[in-house]
Design a protein around this ligand. Sequence first.
Ligand SMILES: [Zn+2]
Ligand SMILES: [Zn+2]
Ligand SMILES: [Zn+2]
Ligand SMILES: [Zn+2]
Length: 227
Amino acid sequence: MARPQTPRGKCVFCAREFTRGGLVRHLTACPERAEAIAKADAGRGRTQRLFHLQVQDAWGGDFWLHLEMDGTATMGALDGYLRAIWLECCGHLSTYYIGRAWTGTEVGMGRRAESVFTPGLKLLHLYDFGTTSETSIQVVGVREGKPLTRNPIYLMARNNLPPVKCAVCGEPATQLCTECMDDDSGADLLCDVHAEMHECGPDYLVPIVNSPRVGMCGYYGPAEPPY
Ligand SMILES: [Zn+2]
Ligand SMILES: [Zn+2]
Ligand SMILES: [Zn+2]
Ligand SMILES: [Zn+2]
């Protein structure tokens, strides 16, 4: 599925839009975020190590998330989050590796984030060992403070879904034909009207949602954050 380059995404604190890399710099400087942090730190709750994670699909990098994760949460909590927002189709197995996939050091789901993460660390998350989704996770920052949420993970930004056009009429595409997907011509993208008329039939159509797993295995979205 052909997509335009470098999708931008919104900072949840100030609603301004940046690129994936721009947000690494922006989030450290965003006045609204600083205000939210000061407010949380003045309130109740325990001071933790909080990790800023830049998460992206390992191939194109067009799909990305900026997350803040509580260091006392487990790697399983992050796995659950990634499944909910991007990956879950049929309950496949998943794992983490530091270094290369399959040959690197495996990281157990029961480990606490703070026992794994160090600034600059990169790890790979694999979901489904058949039609595998590879997600790269980089620790781009760490701070000591009170979490902004009771949940283990706080979504600070994600990419906007790049608009794609129907191959037939040029209107916004909403469906992808997985049968036509492999020829890379763009003929796989369809609006609702032309999806209904499409020659391959409804069994091959999947909704286009904001996830790198669209078109893979039995994935149908909804690509919404769990909280
Ligand atoms: Zn901001
Ligand atoms: Zn599946
Ligand atoms: Zn159309
Ligand atoms: Zn088709």
